[in-house]
Write a protein that binds this ligand. Structure first.
Ligand code: AMP
Ligand code: ZN
Length: 468
């Protein structure tokens, strides 16, 4: 039985899809004004693993991720880059696709864009205005929170507490400080679309309500995103969708914990981020995926280069096992005898862990147990036979390749080339030199590497390098 921690009801619940055998899932995607960072990558990768596990269980999953391609941040960037907002969005959408492909994230069934759904968004806002759930003030349309009795049901926040909170945007035009923008009147020089309320653009929350409704229906199974989206984004999505349709919006809400640096959320606004693009220059996607999968998705996770390095070391064991098995699968001298290796408990244990709210941490621990047992068979000629090799490869393919995607099936040496290993060795010698105040040596290593086109970058988290 699959159980999911549902943010809406604040407990683990048995999962029941609306339609037998099918799941409709929506994940809030990026605002495309920059390359995404590895905090965003945690959300994209963990939702990818959840989707792949649901597919492993035999569900037909329709998986949607939206692209927010019109937003204050995109407009700001377009002014900085002196480019049209559409060009800025298009460039970062392309970069997004390149990066998630490198991260081995399976393509969504669709990536709906806000700017391609203006008609649907306007229609939903109109419905809300007609029902008295939203109001227009001089071309700005706001959602009237006081009309939605259940406001706060996702985040567990009470309206009166929220009203006294200081973090709410002050806007004279709003009836209530909690009311939020559905339609923003165009300012001079900003991109705009026509609407019954004049020229303007949609607010952020309404795009997810309108696009999920259009593509997945008024009620669907799973909605996911990072913890930061519970309030106000998802709270507002519920208010909009349920007021517009009169139906229950989403059955299961899944939220991912933050990737932190020094116990602080990694975010673009704090500037404490590493882009996935940069990290992928040093670490293969498999290492990053393994690093995330080692931790239960709901809790926070600290990022450091040391942790990534030890993830890389750990993962090598599983990669080596896989490569060894591939080699043996080509070994013509193996016998056809039945194997006494029992694969069933490993599948059962994997499913038990993942059925328990996608406990990937236990799923990964199980892979190490499996690898220990399988290695015994590989080193014992009386046990090493074709059936064992086939069964072991099948297990790794189903679990480590298809669900976690942490194995490089092309059989290339996992992780770093010998050249990367040597650079890392020099980096650690340089660190020792610095500790011993041998700055002549540490500077020499940095300068000599620079001459070879390897630029070292020091930060609090450690030293990384890039090629010039
Ligand atoms: P954004 O581009 O900021 O709208 O974020 C895209 C997705 O990444 C959203 O689902 C966010 O909740 C999620 N996200 C942002 N920062 C982090 C973080 N530090 N850790 C985990 N997920 C994050
Ligand atoms: Zn959203």
């Amino acid at each position: 039985m699959l159980t999911i921690y549902n943010t809406l009801n604040k407990r683990k619940e048995e999962f029941k899809p609306i339609k037998e055998g099918e799941i409709k899932m929506y994940v809030c995607g990026p605002t495309v004004y920059d390359y995404f960072h590895i905090g965003n990558a945690r959300t994209f990768i963990m939702s990818d693993i959840i989707r792949k596990y649901l597919e492993y269980k035999g569900y037909k999953v329709t998986y949607l991720m939206n692209l927010t391609d019109i937003d204050d941040k995109i407009i700001k960037k377009s002014i900085e880059e002196k480019k049209d907002a559409r060009v800025v969005a298009e460039n970062y959408i392309n970069a997004f696709f390149e990066d998630i492909e490198k991260l081995k994230v399976k393509k969504a069934d669709d990536y709906p864009k806000a700017t391609a759904h203006i008609d649907d968004i306007v229609a939903m806002i109109k419905k809300l205005v007609d029902k008295g759930a939203a109001y227009n003030v001089d071309g700005n349309v706001f959602y009237d929170v006081s009309k939605f009795n259940e406001y706060g049901k996702l985040s567990g926040k009470k309206i009166d507490e929220l009203e006294s909170g200081a973090r709410i945007e002050i806007n004279e035009a709003k009836k209530n400080p909690l009311d939020f923008s559905l339609w923003k009147k165009a300012k001079e020089g900003e991109p705009f679309w026509d609407s019954p309320w004049g020229k303007g653009r949609p607010g952020w929350h309404i795009e997810c309500s309108a696009m999920s409704c259009k593509h997945l229906g008024e009620t669907f199974d799973i909605h996911a995103g990072g913890n930061d989206l519970i309030f106000p984004h998802h709270e507002n999505e519920i208010a909009q969708s349920e007021a517009a349709t009169g139906k229950h919006f989403v059955n299961y809400w899944i939220h991912f914990g933050f990737l932190n640096i020094d116990n602080q959320k990694m975010s673009k606004s704090l500037g404490n981020f590493f882009t996935a693009r940069d990290v992928l220059k040093t670490y293969p996607a498999e290492v990053l995926r393994f690093f995330f999968a080692q931790t239960y998705y709901r809790g926070p996770l600290n990022y450091s280069i040391d942790l990534l390095n030890s993830a890389q070391k750990g993962l090598e064991k599983i990669q080596n096992l896989y490569e060894r098995l591939v080699q043996e699968s080509k070994n013509a001298s193996l016998t056809d005898a039945e194997t006494d290796f029992d694969f069933k408990p490993f599948y059962a244990e994997f499913e038990r862990a993942m059925d328990d709210d996608f406990n990937t941490a236990q799923g990964i621990a199980l892979l190490f147990d499996f690898s220990r047992e399988a290695n015994k068979y590989l080193s014992d000629s009386s046990k090493l036979n074709k059936k064992f090799v086939e069964g072991a490869l099948q297990f790794l393919n189903k679990v480590a390749v298809n669900v976690f995607s942490i194995i490089n099936t092309e059989g290339k040496q996992m992780g770093n080339s010998i050249e990367d290993e040597l650079i890392n060795l020099l980096i650690s010698i340089r660190l020792d030199a610095k500790k011993n105040k041998n700055f002549a040596l540490s500077d020499k290593i940095r300068d000599d590497l620079k001459e070879l086109g390897i630029i070292l970058q020091d930060s609090k988290e450690g030293t990384t390098y890039k090629r010039a």
